[in-house]
Design a protein around this ligand. Structure first.
Ligand code: ZN
Length: 422
């Protein structure tokens, strides 16, 4: 038995997608995925009757999710249409040409109003990590060694889900654990840097987010809203999420699921990458600054983290070509950046870091500039979300991943302290 929350959860969707493996054409896999998505959704029960981790007996929550489920079943055609539209775009790519298909993906995003829901600047105002294999040939304390693959070495840019072979971009990850997975290289063999986008920059640039909006709404946002406002009504159009937003949430989630379809066979052409790469191209053509997308790696070894943590998130910043430089140096104007200088002891405790943050908050209250605070609020939240998580029985902040993150957090706090005091 399943409910809407455990059905739309990424792990369950991954299972449904992997059940389509074995079919010899990607378009057939997409059709089979559509069928199983529809079959399963028709069999869902109330969250109050499910025995999954999302079970919640709050009567308002149950009422809201029951109304949502009922309304979804009345609108099965929205789900069918969304799948069909995306499958048609893929078929256009394989039967017509890239240009036609890319234009179609753009008009799909426009027609369904999926482009305007860019994240608020606050969401991005946090730390992201970037690593490269440490072959001892470069200075690890120089941030210039951590930018994108240089323009004269574009031959090294391989085919990735959200990037096109030969097109350098700057890949960032939300957690060190995720970075290790993305690079398939043990953490001890990596040199690591960290970046914080300037808050202000995110009001002037557009970023696109691929995410499971429906799951976020039902499992992350809604319980939080209901705990604050007990009377939230699914049919009340003033508060989101609601009946009007849910159609868009559903479309965005299906789009996100299809774009993160697991790869069955890695060849020189990877059909699972066609739709994500065309999306990237369309965003580039239309002056977006980058794209945020969930990792498709397996994070199941991590337990007990707060559901609101987004340690699985990746962020790609598009770079601008320079004729005179090997790098798009202008990118550093929009980012605070941090590297290791060799003096790191990697022994901070969570409490020591939280004390440092408190010192910044305290000083900041007395200063006139509150521009420092938003990244620290986000980092503090991230610590709360991850504090009880464990990997193979070891608490996250006692693992090498967590220790590296805390070391960077300390650098951030130190920088802010210096800036405020100055
Ligand atoms: Zn459930």
């Amino acid at each position: 038995m399943s409910c809407i929350a455990c059905f739309i959860d990424n792990n369950n969707q991954k299972k449904l997608k992997k059940n389509c493996f074995g079919l010899d054409r990607f378009e057939l896999k997409l059709k089979k995925y559509k069928e199983s998505f529809l079959d399963e959704i028709k069999k869902l029960n109330s969250i109050s009757e499910c025995d999954c981790e999302f079970k919640n007996n709050n009567s308002n929550y149950v009422k809201w999710t029951d109304s949502f489920l009922e309304e979804t079943l009345n609108n099965i055609s929205v789900i069918e249409d969304t799948f069909n539209d995306i499958i048609t775009i893929y078929i256009s790519y394989i039967s017509e040409n890239t240009k036609t298909a890319t234009d179609k993906i753009w008009s799909f995003l426009q027609k369904n109003d999926l482009l305007n829901e860019t994240e608020s600047g606050f969401t991005y105002s946090t730390i992201y990590f970037r690593a490269r294999i440490n072959d001892n040939t470069f200075d690890k304390s120089d941030i210039n060694n951590f930018l994108h693959i240089p323009f004269n070495k574009r031959g090294l840019v391989g085919n990735q889900r959200f990037s096109i072979s030969g097109q350098p971009m700057m890949y960032l990850g939300k957690s060190i654990y995720g970075i290790e997975k993305e690079l398939s290289t043990p953490i001890n063999n990596l040199a690591i840097s960290a970046f914080i986008p300037y808050f202000k920059d995110f009001y002037s640039k557009k970023y696109f987010t691929i995410k499971n909006t429906l799951f976020d709404t039902i499992a992350k946002t809604l319980p939080w809203i209901i705990a604050k406002d007990h009377d939230i009504d699914y049919y009340d159009s003033l508060l989101t999420p609601n009946r009007n937003s849910i159609e868009k949430d559903l479309k965005k989630s299906i789009f996100s699921q299809i774009l993160t379809f697991p790869v069955e066979n890695k060849g020189s052409f990877i059909p699972e990458y066609v739709l994500p790469q065309m999306t990237t191209t369309a965003l580039l053509e239309n002056n977006f600054g980058g794209i945020v997308f969930p990792s498709t790696k397996n994070f199941l070894a991590m337990e007990s983290h707060n559901i609101r943590s987004d340690h699985e998130s990746n962020f790609t910043v598009f770079v601008n070509y320079s004729q005179n430089n090997y790098y798009d140096k202008a990118i550093l104007k929009n980012l605070l950046h941090f590297t290791f200088d060799g003096n790191e002891k990697l022994n901070y405790s969570v409490n020591e870091i939280l004390d440092k943050f408190e010192a910044v908050f305290e000083l900041n209250r007395k200063s006139e500039n509150d521009y420092f605070v938003s990244p620290l609020i986000n980092l503090k939240l991230q610590i709360e979300y991850m504090e009880n998580s464990k990997i193979e029985g070891v608490k996250y902040y006692e693992t090498q991943y967590g220790k590296i993150e805390l070391e960077f957090y300390s650098k951030v706090a130190n920088l802010y302290l210096r800036k405020i005091i100055k």
